[in-house]
Design a protein around this ligand. Structure first.
Ligand SMILES: [Zn+2]
Length: 72
């Protein structure tokens, strides 16, 4: 079981924000970064936990399009 059932359970799993972000990264991009805008697999992580796409230069949030959208 690698997926929390709801937001409360996710919070219970991760007390630290950084750990939560790492988990969301893994959840979303376990196969590596993929830009939702252009599909590029080239990107790098910003200091604030979001990602820069190496191709279209957009900033990507790891919660966009997931069940956690609008909850952070
Ligand atoms: Zn892109």
């Amino acid at each position: 079981m690698h997926y929390p059932r709801n937001w409360e359970e996710l919070i219970a799993w991760f007390a630290e924000d950084d750990e939560c972000r790492d988990y969301l990264d893994w959840l979303r991009w376990s196969q590596g970064f993929v830009c939702p805008h252009c599909g590029s697999r080239k990107g790098w992580r910003r200091v604030d936990g979001r990602w820069d796409c190496g191709k279209c230069r957009r900033i990507v949030t790891q919660t966009a399009g997931t069940i956690f959208d609008n909850r952070t």
